[in-house]
Design a protein around this ligand. Structure first.
Ligand code: PEP
Ligand code: MG
Length: 883
């Protein structure tokens, strides 16, 4: 096996397609080197070494040491230096790089190879003693932190104290001798804490760093991140070792990060930040405030510090040319790290940039219109989940607001919650069901769980490319960062801004798109979708095979669904139409009636209500199919509990209150989800379903007459296990339907079908299809009954299953392809064998989940049905599943 892949100066052993083996960073460094872009030479140790490392009790595979040493010598030759040499010391960076970018892992060690001896060589070689010792102290600090695990605060304290004693404000005021003193202090910290000196052997340093990268693959933060993002542990990380170039060599050197387009809006402008006389970590850490990349951005922010375009025009022009080259090559927006060493540009990284949902949409549409992508490719570029962000509310522009704070607009969206100052507390309160806004000086990978738990994030420090900004954007959390006036009290009980105090637990509203924080809860409004959204959805609709319908029962929801492009209603849960007070009393009357007569009296009250509901629904859906499910209530949701509720029903029905109480008691079920619900209710009390069938058909006739449009009701009978249940109920429904049509002297097509939501129904679908004109898979119940896992109670222990890897995903969110999915396939096949034109759909929550939609496309169903706000997600996911 080949363990090490070299790259540099116009050639490379790897390329961008080898991401699994070389990690994202390594693969792209190789690709850039092959393109002839200025990449410092280096090599990548493969992800397979990481796997071997863990398989062999943290030992390296045979041959690795030789390959590393050969590759390292090659790097030295390319730059005319030698690793460990005291006069021409080669220095390297060591970085982790997995297939997917992973903020939880060890990131970077810079300036590796510096020792008390080699630093002298570097000083002589560069003619800049201050630079050499600045680099050395950075190395000790970084290496000690990430490899030796010495607490980094000790170093920061040392440096702060030194600067205070010498009346310095900025690091740039420190002289070579100052750094030497600080280095002595640093070395003492390491010696005191570890009981051994800071390693002075470059070889030992290198292997220490390599092992730390591999070790970090399984640290807690990386574990958490992998779990949140479904990244398998088996992937492993690669290690990139690369010749150092220096952005801290004085005023003609700099370092920066940039995006080829604005990652927040998607606008086609270069976007980035840089720092003169600094090394990469300074930008990300937010220690110094970076300067804008372009003149345009500087003017927009009315910043005084010159942009890179103005301060370093030559290097800027070179960089801009590289941007264009990379975008055309990768056909996507790139996120880039670069260094300028004495006016010469070096590329340290490129990758497809993380972006907001809004930017993803705009960039995909723009790249297509620029001719770089086909429409189908553009459709594939937008993550359907991310549309959630676009469909999220923003602040009501007319609502009064009281601004407390402003910062950078790091991630769009509005969020309301109570202020908390640490991540553990954010997580705890969120678990209690509270909405929280996490307020921090800055965030680090240790805050991932808190950021995930929070509705929004505010930080005092860091730019648009800081940890908080990048992570929040990825998670879709609104975020305001770099709010410089924000002072968090040490007690973590309150923060102040210009004399104003906001306490822990107080409610604030953040507007991530504007970078503002307001006191109290500001009302929000639904987003307006841009023309790009419509375009991309149109392209998706053009390739999609499956129809997308919505689960809706109110006219309002139905209208939202239509606006979002739903092509019908796939599930109208009629019991949801009964939750309003006047209606629930009539429903209770019906349920609690002692005999058929009592029930019929109650049903007579419900009939006109149902009829007018259905009329509204048919009107809104003007001609599109509407699937109406007959009553399927778990009874406990409807039984009266309090004496007041009993009294109401008694008054309305004329029944005795005590009798009602007894009857309610008798109806109590131990396992309501497996109890007297669904078609079982229809079997016991067919008059209920007859009333509903009448209401549906009368409404259909009325609306067809009124509008002249076709009305196609699809009447659906739930929770069928045996064909006989359906045979009996369908006969009743048909009889009523024919009677209504005759009464109205109207001709109208309607269908009667069933839900498949029990394993027995799936396994005998050929029989059931003899009576069913359509199947709709109720995957909520089908999941519940296939796993024997309660929909209502499993949340308590599912986390254990997820944590221990027994379940990879929550089966109530993402369809279980092997069990529940197998039943769907069987039922579809058997249903079609009996009735080749049988209509097949899915209406459980899975109908709005992209992975489940992919499965359902594979199973060849005709449509998915999901909640109204998810219809765009389903349209896009259905298109992607087809492509
Ligand atoms: C289902 O079971 O998947 C379904 C859609 O019905 P309900 O959620 O109403 O039980
Ligand atoms: Mg169900």
């Amino acid at each position: 096996t080949k363990w090490v892949y070299s790259f540099g100066a116009g050639s490379a052993e790897g390329d961008a397609s080898m991401r699994n083996l070389l990690g994202g960073k390594g693969a792209n460094l190789a690709e850039m080197a092959s393109l002839g872009l200025p990449v410092p030479p280096g090599f990548t140790i493969t992800t397979e070494v990481c796997s071997a490392f863990y398989e062999n009790d943290r030992n390296h595979p045979a041959g690795l040491a030789e390959e590393v040493s050969t590759a390292l010598a090659k790097v030295g030759d390319a730059v005319g230096m030698k690793f460990g040499d005291t006069s021409k010391p080669l220095l390297v960076s060591v970085r982790s790089g997995a297939r997917a970018s992973m903020p939880g892992m060890m990131d970077t060690v810079l300036n590796l190879g510096l020792t008390d001896e080699t630093v002298k060589g570097l000083a002589k070689l560069s003619g800049d003693e201050r630079f050499a010792y600045d680099s050395y102290r950075r190395f000790i600090q970084m290496y000690s932190d990430v490899v030796l695990e010495v607490d980094h605060h000790s170093f920061e304290e040392q440096l702060e104290t030194y600067k205070e004693e010498h009346d310095y404000f900025l690091d740039t005021e420190m002289t070579a001798d100052d750094w030497k003193s600080v280095i002595d202090g640093y070395k003492k910290v390491v010696g005191d804490e570890l009981g051994r000196p800071f390693p002075q052997d470059p070889e030992e340093q290198l292997w220490g760093a390599i092992n730390a990268v591999f070790g970090s693959w399984r640290n807690d933060r990386a574990d958490t991140y992998r779990r949140l993002h479904n990244i398998p542990e088996s992937w492993g990380t690669a290690v990139n070792v690369q010749a150092m170039v220096f952005g801290n060599m004085g005023e003609t050197s700099a370092t920066g990060v940039a995006f080829t387009r604005d990652p927040s809006t998607g606008d086609n402008h270069y976007y980035g930040e840089f720092l003169i006389n600094a090394q990469g970590e300074d930008v990300v850490a937010g220690i110094r405030t970076p300067q804008a990349l372009t003149k345009r951005a500087r003017e927009a922010m009315s910043d005084d510090a010159p942009s890179m375009e103005e301060a370093m025009p030559k290097a800027y022009a070179e960089l801009a040319a590289v941007f264009d080259r990379l975008e055309k090559h990768y056909r996507d927006m790139q996120d880039i790290e670069f260094t300028i060493q004495n006016e010469k540009l070096w590329m340290l990284q490129t990758r497809n940039g993380k972006r907001t949902a809004k930017a993803a949409l705009k960039i995909a549409v723009d790249l297509c219109e620029e001719g770089l992508l086909t429409q189908e490719e553009a459709v594939m570029r937008v993550d359907p989940h991310s549309l959630d962000q676009l469909l999220h509310p923003s602040l009501d522009p007319d609502a009064p607001r009281d601004q407390v704070l402003s910062g950078l607009p790091a991630s769009p969206g509005a969020a309301v919650g109570e202020v908390v100052f640490n991540s553990d507390e954010a997580e705890r309160l969120a678990q209690e069901g509270k909405a929280v806004i996490l307020v921090r000086v800055e965030t680090s990978p240790e805050d991932i769980h808190g950021m995930h738990a929070a509705k929004g994030i505010v930080t005092a420090r860091g730019g648009m490319t800081s940890h908080a900004a990048v992570v929040a954007r990825g998670m879709g959390r609104p975020c305001v960062c770099g709010a410089g006036d924000l002072k968090i009290d040490k007690s973590e009980e309150f923060f102040t801004v210009a004399g104003r105090q906001v306490k822990k637990g107080e409610t604030v509203t953040i507007d991530g798109a504007a970078g503002r924080v307001y006191a109290g809860a500001v009302p929000t409004v639904q987003p307006e979708l841009s023309g790009d959204f419509g375009k991309l959805m149109g392209w998706a609709d053009a390739v999609r095979r499956m129809k997308v319908r919505a689960n809706a029962e109110t006219p309002h929801d139905a209208r939202v669904a239509r606006d979002f492009g739903a092509e019908g209603i796939g599930l109208c849960r009629t019991e949801h139409m009964f939750f309003e007070t006047d209606r629930i009393i009539a429903v209770r009357e019906m349920i609690l009636a002692e005999d058929k007569k009592g029930r019929e009296a109650a049903l007579a009250k419900l009939l006109p209500m149902q009829r007018s509901d259905f009329e509204e629904l048919f009107r809104v859906m003007s001609g599109l199919p509407v699937t109406i499910r007959l009553l399927d209530p778990p009874l406990h949701e409807f039984l009266p509990h309090s004496d007041d509720e009993i009294e109401e029903v008694a008054k309305s029905s004329g029944m005795d209150a005590q009798k009602l109480k007894d009857r309610a008691h008798k109806l109590h079920e131990f396992n309501p989800m497996l109890g007297h619900r669904g078609c079982r209710l229809g079997v016991s009390y067919p008059e209920i379903y007859e009333m509903q069938a009448r209401a549906i058909m009368e409404a259909a006739c009325a609306v067809a007459k009124e509008t002249g449009e076709k009305v196609t009701p699809e009447i659906m009978i739930p929770l069928v296990a045996k064909r006989e249940e359906l045979t009996m109920l369908k006969a009743r429904v048909d009889a009523v339907a024919l009677a209504v049509l005759k009464e109205n002297n109207t001709k109208l097509d309607y269908l009667v079908g069933t839900m498949i939501e029990l394993p027995r129904a799936a396994l005998t679908a050929d029989e059931i299809a003899k009576d069913a004109e359509f199947f709709s898979f109720g995957t909520n119940d089908l999941t519940q009954t296939t796993f024997g896992l309660s929909r209502d109670d499993s949340a308590a222990f599912l986390p254990d299953y997820l944590r221990q890897g027994i379940f990879e995903r929550d089966p109530f969110v993402t369809l279980d392809p092997d069990g529940v999915g197998a039943l769907i396939k069987i039922a579809a096949e058997k249903g079609r064998a009996t009735r080749p034109d049988i209509k097949l759909g899915i209406c459980g929550e899975h109908g709005g989940d992209p992975d489940s939609i992919r499965f359902v496309e594979g199973a060849g169903l005709d449509y998915v049905s999901c909640s109204p706000y998810r219809t765009p997600i389903a349209r896009l996911a259905a298109a992607q599943a087809k492509l």
